[in-house]
Design a protein around this ligand. Structure first.
Ligand code: C2E
Ligand code: MG
Ligand code: MG
Ligand code: MG
Length: 290
């Protein structure tokens, strides 16, 4: 393990990138088996506008290891990324999410679902076409799928990533820039990416109500995103005060335990039904790049 410091100066311990520790190899083998056995589940967390409109759901992967119990996604996704298992995991998540979207649609719940994809996925040859093929097979319109990407897609090969994202956008898939503020994005890249939504990272949202600097960062991010015609979603909203501040800053939607944590599919269905009616997606017209 190596020690790192987060923004608040607190020490956090992260597994090192060493791919060959027995622990990692064991977990990797178990994850591969769990995927084959269909033991990995998706839970769904709503994105909700300030008027209560459900803008969409985010699919979040959940894995309960038979001996270790719940393994946090951050942990096994890092392992999948460095081991070559990521395409398999993403394929599994996309298939599971699209099957669920299709079921919800046939029950009259036309809620869009967002799937997190890693930079590895975006750089894999044929990714855009494969996504389009899956949509067609499930009979799900492209507008009902959103892909959450991070600024890290631009680190390796920005041009290639831009091509893939443009192809996805061409198919009608919506894209969202996740964890905004934690990466190394340049504003030039942000302007060129065909994303329609920006998600402000939880680390800026958490102390918004008590930290003037964080509030200023959020304010600037909202204004920047809006000037580019992007929807802004705040992650990790846990209390009313933060919710109110975000509303006053002009943020479009929130996600967080205040509204709902990620729920298993059946609970999500009940949650959607209790909201009575068909969810709408928020739209914001994006100005054309000059
Ligand atoms: P993310 O995409 O930024 O997801 C948001 C994380 O914040 C989720 O953690 C969610 O459960 C958590 N969260 C939501 N509301 C609150 C809140 O009010 N307070 C707090 N403290 N946390 C909140 P989770 O599910 O552990 O996922 C962690 C990360 O793992 C995700 O961050 C995403 O990067 C990754 N991930 C999850 N599922 C997938 C997947 O299917 N594929 C890929 N590639 N990555 C995934
Ligand atoms: Mg996400
Ligand atoms: Mg996020
Ligand atoms: Mg995050």
């Amino acid at each position: 393990y190596e020690a790192k410091r987060d923004r608040t100066g607190v020490e956090v311990y992260e597994a090192t990138r060493d791919e060959n520790t027995p622990d990692r190899l064991g977990l990797l083998a178990d994850l591969r088996r769990a995927l084959d056995a269909g033991e990995v589940e998706l839970h769904y967390q709503p994105k909700v506008g300030f008027d209560g409109v459900v803008a969409g759901l985010e699919a979040l992967v959940r894995w309960v290891h038979p001996e270790r119990g719940r393994v946090p996604p951050d942990e096994f996704i890092a392992i999948a990324e460095t081991s070559g298992l990521m395409p398999r995991l993403t394929e599994y998540v996309l298939e599971t999410a699209l099957a669920q979207v299709s079921r919800w649609r046939s029950d009259g719940l036309t809620v869009p679902v967002a799937v997190n994809v890693s930079p590895r996925d975006v750089h894999a040859p044929g990714f855009a076409g494969a996504v389009a093929g899956r949509l067609a097979r499930h009979g799900v319109p492209a507008g009902a799928l959103q892909l959450e990407i991070t600024e890290h897609v631009l680190l390796e090969d920005p041009h290639r990533a831009a091509d893939t994202l443009a192809a996805l956008a061409g198919h009608g898939v919506k894209m969202s820039l996740d964890d905004f503020g934690t990466g190394y994005s340049s504003l030039v890249h942000l302007r060129r990416l065909p994303v329609s939504e920006l998600k402000i990272d939880r680390s800026f949202v958490a102390r918004l109500a008590v930290d003037a600097e964080d509030a200023e960062i959020v304010r600037c991010t909202v204004d920047l995103a809006h000037s580019l015609g992007l929807l802004v979603v705040a992650e990790g909203v846990e209390d009313d005060e933060t919710w109110e501040r975000l509303r006053d800053l002009g943020c479009d939607a929130v996600q967080g335990w205040l509204v709902a944590a990620a729920m298993p599919p059946d609970e999500t269905t009940a949650w959607l039904r209790a909201r009575d009616g068909v969810p709408h997606s928020l739209e914001r017209a994006r100005p054309r790049p000059q």
